[in-house]
Ligand binder design. Structure first.
Ligand code: PEP
Ligand code: MG
Length: 828
């Protein structure tokens, strides 16, 4: 036998076998091997082989690599219990496969959430006289990278004939998931230790119980009748042991622990719970968006040919993106980020290397993109991981350009609720003109680009709806309540009528608000409440102007500069700020200082990896640690022609020292240029800032509550963790009490308070915020008319009473119930 080189079958993090949280694998009972904690979602062949078995549940594959060498790859631990959910086998027993061929596609989210571990052992289960060498070291690995080598280590031991008693037993398999890898390994270990010869028969087929492959190939399901035959001195004892192992699971790893119970707002009967990503209410038929991934040939037709194809594909997409970016619209910001991804030298280098190794151009680019996606997902930070979708999106564009194919055109009926497993920004862009009613996404995260885009388009979106939604058929009538983060399939006719009436009433109120033009929003009893817009791009500013926003309450400057490899120059920054200000003539624009770090990556700032990034270097901490960054940004803001309309806002403030430091630099730069004072405000996003709002207000011209971060820090729940999303509710009385403290503290210095976090756009929250003392609401551009319309229905005594009741409520669910009752009473 010649040595067999195995390549990594999955992208991920290489681990020693001992790291697999299942003793059957970790203790080598199944054989020697290595493990990968996957970040990719396709299992590939590690070498040329013939497929021996594919478990019915799709989670485990055995391969015959020739010369008696058999391999097992077992995706995750105890994944047999998923019963096939999340696994799509792409091969069948008997298939011949080449190294790198796809074997099983799987849903990593499902495994992570529903199985004890996703760690995937790759094991040499049979191979007389061979050993493993050149094992990959612990660390990231991409599909196709060298994993280990199987080498001849000596002569295999010849089987010796066995004498002794012959015992036989009939039984049925009682294992709830049938005979899968773990019990098979235990049977093999027991049989080998006994020295007996044991055969398991099922119908016409039989298997030596010393061979895990042969046992797995029997495909024994729960309830299958079997006959066990044993010969040898230990026959009677071993047959009992085998029977026991076919009857009950031994040492099954513990099921994943359920996330701690969190109090969530009650859901109406039959509703599916998700996470609000873009507010609003919609009614319409379900329409599934199903995207077929293109078929990618792996073998190239010569390096020169494939290099040319790759270069042509990249160039074609660059041209298309440049043209699209030049067209103003809500997608421009995201497309600019995609252009930066396309130019990423690392992506190109990886693709070039794969082509040089003989891979076809399209497959090479996809492999390169998968490796980068894996790196992002491996950060474990949900917000960064969401950016992996953007890389996939760009890669698919290039793949289609190389193959000369088109992504399947989607025709979505107007008003339909689009259902999708996941949504890419380009898919959303393709639907921008389709007058979609709403988006209901099975996976996804509330801070992804698509969520921000949907909010900008004013189309409601609920994400993280989970597998419950998979059963919703095309055409099913749906209510999408993105304010509650819920989808109600097949609602009762009365409920449907009620939802339609609410939508109609809201639409009429929004139309009236729009028709009122630039008239400032005011409550029914005359108190003015400013309704501003949150912006991340010049295109957002244009939308905000069309929506009659009274100004910009939050310009997320980091959005302008996140997906780039070099720091933005002063001129680039100034051009962007000028563009935003020009789109909102005569209106105030609050420019937030760069809020990078932690969950918002900025490669050019090279912040060292942190164990707890949300509590690490982020926001103003980063800027003060790099005064040159802060100074460039302040200079860029001061360079805007009508700087008198600008207000500067400091993110992630925890104390007055930060405000004093920023003001000192601002005053120095301003004085040097002889410019007038520019208001400086503090974001209240940390419990420390809220609790000392009176102290901070003494050093601030305004306070703006970042309810997204304030909620995460008060409730100690990561805002990017989908598992906690349902409990991450800014209407928790603890958050409201801190907002109340902020308003009271600000009032001691006569400093105005706004809210620019997501709570401001939540129609159940806005009345409470006003009741607590907030006088400016800054919301996504698409929500401006609705927020103005809502404000016009309110009176100060009513919202103050509501706020008092909310502060005394026992939990977020109770506050939402109060707010819903208040909304019904005020006819909304
Ligand atoms: C917030 O935290 O509420 C906020 C507005 O800032 P960002 O969402 O950009 O962190
Ligand atoms: Mg924030």
């Amino acid at each position: 036998m010649t040595d067999v080189q195995l390549v990594a079958p999955i992208a991920g993090w290489v681990l020693p076998l001992a790291a697999v949280p299942d003793p059957v694998f970790a203790d080598g009972m199944m054989g020697p091997g290595i493990a990968i904690d996957p970040t990719g979602s396709t299992l590939h062949a590690p070498c040329a082989a013939t497929v021996l078995t594919v478990h019915d549940a799709g989670h485990a594959v055995t391969l015959d690599a020739g010369d008696g060498v058999s391999l097992l790859m077992h995706i995750g631990v105890d994944t047999v219990a998923l019963g096939g959910h999340g696994f799509t086998p792409l091969v069948a027993p008997g298939d011949a496969v080449a190294a790198g061929d796809a074997l099983v596609r799987f849903d990593l989210d499902v495994i992570v959430q529903q199985a004890p571990s996703a760690i995937t052992p790759v094991i040499l289960i049979e191979g007389p006289g061979v050993a493993l060498a050149d094992m990959a070291v612990e660390g990231m690995i991409a599909v196709g990278d060298p994993l280990l080598r199987i080498v001849r280590a000596g002569r295999g031991e010849a089987a010796r004939p066995v004498d002794g008693a012959f015992v036989r037993r009939d039984m049925v398999v009682l294992l709830p998931h049938g005979l899968h890898a773990r019990p098979a390994a235990r049977i093999v270990a027991a049989v080998r230790a006994s020295g007996a010869e044991v055969t398991v028969r099922s119908g016409e087929r039989s298997a030596s119980a010393a061979s895990p492959v042969a046992l797995l190939a029997l495909g024994l399901a729960a309830g299958a009748p079997v006959t066990i035959e044993a010969r040898g001195a230990e026959a009677a004892r071993v047959i009992e042991a085998v029977a026991a192992l076919l009857s009950a699971e031994v040492d099954a790893p513990p099921a994943p622990t359920a996330p701690p119970a969190v109090e969530a707002a009650p859901l109406e009967a039959g509703a599916l719970r998700g996470v609000p990503a873009a507010p609003g209410l919609a009614v319409g038929p379900a329409h599934w968006l199903r995207i077929a991934a293109p078929d990618l040939p792996t073998a190239g037709e010569g390096v020169a040919v494939e290099q040319e194809r790759l270069a042509a594909g990249l160039a074609a997409v660059a041209t298309a993106l440049d043209a699209a970016i030049a067209t103003p619209g809500p997608m421009a910001g995201v497309l600019a980020a995609h252009r930066a991804i396309l130019d990423d030298p690392d992506l190109r280098a990886r693709a070039d290397a794969a082509v040089a190794n003989g891979m076809a151009a399209a497959a090479a680019l996809m492999t390169a993109a998968e490796a980068q996606e894996a790196q992002l997902r491996a950060t474990g930070n949900a917000r960064i991981a969401e950016r992996a979708d953007d890389i996939r999106d760009v890669a698919l564009r290039v793949v289609h350009a190389i193959l000369g194919t088109q992504p399947g055109a989607q025709i979505v009926p107007a008003g339909a609720i689009v259902l999708a497993d996941d949504l890419l920004p380009s898919q959303l862009a393709a639907l921008a003109t389709a007058r979609v009613g709403g988006f209901a996404v099975l996976r996804g995260g509330p801070t992804s680009h698509v969520a921000i885009l949907a909010a900008g388009m004013g189309v409601p979106m609920v994400v993280a709806l989970g597998q419950g939604m998979a059963a919703v058929a095309d055409g099913t009538p749906l209510i999408l309540d993105a304010d509650a983060g819920a989808v109600i399939p097949d609602p009762a006719p009365g409920r449907l009528v009620q939802a339609r009436a609410t939508i109609a009433a809201r639409a009429a109120a929004e139309a009236a608000a729009l028709a009122a033009g630039d008239r400032p929003a005011a409550m029914a009893d005359g108190l003015p409440i400013a309704v501003f817009a949150n912006l991340g791009s010049v295109a957002d500013a244009e939308t905000a102007a069309a929506m009659r926003a009274e100004g910009c309450g939050l310009l997320r400057t980091e959005f302008l500069f996140l997906d780039r490899t070099t720091a933005p120059s002063l001129d680039e920054q100034a051009a962007d700020y000028r563009g935003v200000m020009a789109a909102l003539p005569d209106r105030p624009v609050v420019i937030r200082l760069l809020d990078v770090g932690g969950d918002k990556p900025a490669p050019y700032l090279a912040i060292p990896a942190e164990e707890n990034p949300a509590l690490g270097q982020r926001g103003i901490r980063v800027a003060l640690a790099r005064p040159e960054v802060l100074e460039t940004q302040l200079r860029a803001i001061l360079a805007v022609p009508d700087v008198a309309r600008c207000r500067i806002m400091v993110p992630m403030v925890t104390g007055i020292e930060e405000m004093i430091a920023v003001r000192a630099m601002l005053d120095r730069l301003r004085d040097a240029d002889g410019l007038p004072p520019v208001p400086l405000g503090a974001m209240i996003e940390t419990p420390a800032a809220a609790a000392t709002a009176d102290l901070i207000a003494a050093h601030a011209d305004f306070l703006s509550i970042g309810s997204n971060d304030l909620t995460q820090y008060v409730l100690a729940m990561d805002r990017g963790n989908p598992a906690l999303a349902a409990g991450l509710d800014g209407l928790h009385p603890a958050v409201l009490r801190l907002i109340g403290m902020t308003c009271d503290g600000a009032a001691t210095h006569g400093v105005p308070v706004s809210v620019c976090g997501g709570l401001a756009a939540d129609p159940l929250a806005a009345p409470i915020l006003i009741g607590l003392g907030v006088r400016t609401l800054s919301v996504p551009p698409g929500r401006v008319p609705a927020t103005k319309a809502l404000v016009a229905t309110l009176t100060l005594p009513a919202v103050q009473a509501l706020a008092t009741a909310a502060l005394a409520a026992p939990g977020a669910g109770a506050v939402r119930a109060l707010a819903r009752r208040f909304a019904e009473e005020t006819g909304r």
